[in-house]
Design a protein around this ligand. Structure first.
Ligand code: GPU
Length: 810
């Protein structure tokens, strides 16, 4: 750990308050103090950023650029203090000023520039890149409004705007020296040059300006600080003047407003293609700004583009930035005058594409008509890429029209559409999935023809999460205990957690491990009380299902088991072996009817159960509103049981599953996404795997009839009847019929009925096993000890070695 000099800390705080805020320290609010401390930390970060940048430049390092429409970094003060190694010292300095650091940490607004897993993964990867001293940088959008804040009114989700301080946050460094110019709209004019060759010209375009803010990203150890570069849209003033001079003042202002709306708001759907023109413009805006910035930086130290792929890697985080393929070609060919073939070589060598979903509704396609209007030159380039690609396919596989159809970038039949995944695959040298099972499905089910054409292009990179945020910062109790036992090497080398394994036989360690969990549960119980007004018992089993609300993630299946347990107590007078608290958290996309109904159902069930004196000593149900990174940091350390029960084949990886297991929760899960690999590593005896497997579901899908399962299982029949009845919606009779019908009448696409009995059995086993406290603690420790593989450091090393070819520069 680099030693950072903090002797000027207090004075710098005072100066900031006085000369930036115009306040004396004694008049400063908590928010002022948060800003003061953060600004001082930011100065330290900037010093290290400059030193880091010099190091990269001197070495002429290859740099990786991670393009993502979402980043969910979470609160930064605590993370920065820990990564710089100055948390304790800073806490002590503040104490001498009568300031409690923890109070200040709570003043920070979560920057919600993402929906969930995809954006949080991007943030974990930036943390690991900096920790590994690797030149890797994030590129994203500086939305004015991040993901909505969720409140609950009478059991229903309400969405409230989240306005984060995206100009004034102390973590944002405005780079007024860097600006990007992005052409959009207009038309193509064909001209012929002297040799009679056709030369397309993109004319009459308008200009969007991209303004730049950087968030410094500190690696653990305080050696390296990289940056996350965020763009916001601004209408160019020159262009205003032009329209203005034409005399149309109002149109000038309207266009200005229209352009500035490009970075106004994050689309709130997760794993669901948005499909609106504004979203396409956002994607293009991100891509165009990023490509321009990347090339500008490259050209500072290099001449020509021959070395480009040796100095630049670009990773596409899903298909949202897939237009990079066309934009990079456009800039190389139209702006820098390269011939098509060398430009294409450079493009494909530079780009890598990560696929994050198989769900058909999430696969992006854009109508050709929209591209034609918004980015006509890019459409032309995509057509040319496709023409050449089809030639190649025809050469390799003559007379195979089926293949040509399946692999074309353009989908014919009805409205012509651009398939973004095909564009990304054709334009990249690497295509990866995010868990082993998912990568196999990408190859064999999603794009088997591409796999046949280019098997060497496909690979797997199982996701990982940063132990700095998800253990060190979120779970100080556990971190302290681990460090006492095995030293602090685990923080940047998570495989060292293996050394905890022998301690399962150490009764003192076992006892202390259990105490840490209990203390975390007490803290969590307090948060639950404050946010839901339900009192819960820290000695009950904390069973947590926290993630986006989605039918494929099957919160509904969890509810079915809860209702079943309720009916067992109520009607059959069967008391469970131990009290349990079922904890839910998660947002539903505002337009996703069944997801929002599921939230209502959870609240309806909670109301009945928590208020029934016969049942509530045994089970309680809570829904904690506004799931976000900072809430996850409080929830995960307090979990006994982690619910990872998606319909097999649907969750690409999951990353919450890893965070829970690291923090000692036992997983109840299906063989889906990375849960498969968690099971392999922690051992089947240390978690609960149940339910249909991917191939079983595939085999059953054609003939599956959910009614067979209901009719053959009286418990399930009883549960479904109660869901359809008005027991859980006395004030709004009939509202849950839709959820009932989705499974009974509309085919139960996610196999809830088929997995019900296995799930119930598994949950009963959990209760039985929990009663053996000692054994449970042993298994919990083994979960922590055996999940080192799921560190994002491991994932980033694999990306760096296999795809990006970047190296550490310590
Ligand atoms: N994921 Br595509 C999102 O969170 N949002 C998206 O738009 C898409 C994927 C998730 C996957 O659902 C999840 O399984 C995975 O762990 C995560 O991306 C990161 O890879």
């Amino acid at each position: 750990m680099n030693k950072i000099d903090l002797s000027g800390f207090k004075a710098a705080m005072g100066q900031y308050l006085r000369y930036v805020r115009g306040k004396k320290i004694e008049d400063a609010s908590q928010k002022d103090l948060f800003n003061a401390v953060s600004s001082v930390v930011r100065m330290l970060l900037i010093d290290i950023t400059m030193e880091t940048e010099d190091r990269y430049t001197k070495a002429d390092a290859k740099r990786m650029h991670y393009l993502s429409i979402e980043f969910l970094p979470g609160r930064l003060l605590s993370n920065n203090l820990l990564n710089l190694g100055i948390e304790k010292e800073c806490r002590d300095i503040l104490k001498t000023m009568n300031i409690d650091l923890d109070d200040l940490l709570n003043e920070e607004h979560d920057p919600a520039l993402g929906n969930g897993g995809l954006g949080r993964l991007a943030a974990c990867y930036l943390d690991s890149l900096a920790t590994l001293d690797m030149p890797g940088f994030g590129y994203g959008i500086n939305y004015d409004y991040g993901l909505f804040k969720q409140t609950i009114m009478a059991g229903e989700q309400r969405e409230n705007p989240d306005f984060w301080p995206n100009r004034s946050s102390p973590w944002l460094l405005a780079r007024s020296d860097v600006r990007c110019m992005v052409p959009v709209y207009g038309r193509i004019q064909g001209t012929e040059d002297r040799e009679g060759e056709y030369n397309p010209m993109w004319v009459d375009w308008k200009l969007i300006l991209g303004r730049v803010h950087d968030i410094p990203i500190a690696g653990f150890g305080g050696r390296t600080v990289n940056r996350l570069r965020l763009f916001s849209a601004w209408a160019s003033e020159d262009f205003d003047m032009q329209v203005f001079n034409e005399g149309d003042y109002f149109r000038a202002v309207e266009e200005k407003i229209q352009f500035e709306s490009i970075s106004k708001i994050l689309y709130p759907s997760d794993s669901m293609a948005a499909g609106r023109e504004l979203r396409l413009v956002q994607e293009y805006f991100l891509v165009a700004c990023s490509v321009q910035d990347i090339i500008r930086i490259y050209l500072k130290d290099h001449e020509g583009f021959d070395q480009f792929p040796d100095k630049v890697a670009i990773q596409l985080n899903d298909t949202h930035p897939a237009l990079t393929v066309a934009e990079l070609m456009r800039v190389l060919v139209d702006v820098h005058g390269l011939e098509w073939d060398p430009a294409w070589k450079i493009t494909t060598k530079t780009l890598g594409y990560t696929n994050h979903t198989l769900l058909p509704e999430a696969l992006e396609t854009w109508p050709v008509s929209i591209l034609k209007r918004v980015i006509p030159r890019h459409l032309q380039i995509i057509y040319e890429i496709n023409r050449r690609f089809i030639e190649l396919v025809k050469q390799r596989f003559p007379n195979n029209t089926r293949l040509v159809k399946s692999m074309s970038i353009i989908r014919e039949g009805g409205e012509q559409r651009i398939l973004m995944a095909n564009l990304a695959i054709i334009g990249s040298h690497s295509v990866n999935g995010v868990a082993r099972i998912h990568s196999e499905l990408v190859k064999n089910n999603l794009v088997p023809d591409f796999y046949r054409l280019w098997p060497e292009r496909f690979n797997n990179k199982t996701n990982g999460v940063t132990p700095r945020r998800w253990i060190l910062s979120a779970n100080p109790g556990l971190s302290g205990l681990i460090t006492e036992a095995i030293g602090d090497g685990w923080i940047s080398d998570l495989d060292q957690l293996k050394r905890l394994e022998p301690l399962v036989h150490d009764s003192v360690f076992l006892e202390r491990f259990a105490q840490v969990k209990r203390a975390n549960k007490i803290d969590l119980a307090e948060i639950i009380g404050e946010t839901t007004y339900v009192e819960v018992d820290p000695d009950s089993i904390f069973d947590i299902h926290a993630k986006r609300i989605h039918e494929y993630k099957r919160q509904f299946l969890n509810v079915l088991n809860i209702v079943h347990t309720y009916l067992k107590i109520k009607e059959d007078k069967q008391i469970p072996g131990a009290p349990r608290t079922f904890i839910f958290a998660g947002k539903a996309a505002p337009g996703y009817v069944n997801a929002k109904l599921t939230i209502r159902l959870i609240h309806g069930v909670a109301d009945v159960i928590n208020n029934d004196p016969e049942v509530s000593p045994w089970i309680r149900v809570v829904f904690i509103p506004d799931y976000r990174v900072s809430l996850a940091e409080a929830l995960i350390p307090g979990a006994d049981v982690s619910e990872q029960i998606s319909c097999a084949g649907m969750e690409a990886s999951g990353t919450g599953n890893m965070k829970f297991a690291m923090n000692g929760a036992l997983t109840v899960g299906t063989l889906d996404g990375a849960t498969v690999e968690i099971a392999e590593r922690v051992g089947l005896e240390n978690l609960y795997i149940f339910g249909l497997k991917v191939d079983e579901i595939a085999a059953m899908r054609k003939h599956y009839n959910p009614r067979d399962y209901i009719e053959n299982n009286p418990d399930l029949m009883r549960v479904m009847n109660v869901i359809r009845s008005d027991l859980f919606c006395k004030k709004d009779p009939g509202i849950f019929k839709r959820l009932h019908d989705a499974v009974v009448d509309f085919g139960d696409y996610y196999f809830n009925m088929a997995d019900f009995s296995a799930y119930v059995e598994t949950q009963n086993q959990v209760v039985t096993d929990y009663c053996n406290k000692k054994q449970w603690a042993e298994r919990s420790i083994l979960n922590t000890a055996r999940t080192g593989y799921f560190s994002s450091d491991r994932a980033i090393r694999e990306y760096a070695d296999d795809i990006w070819k970047i190296k550490p520069f310590p």
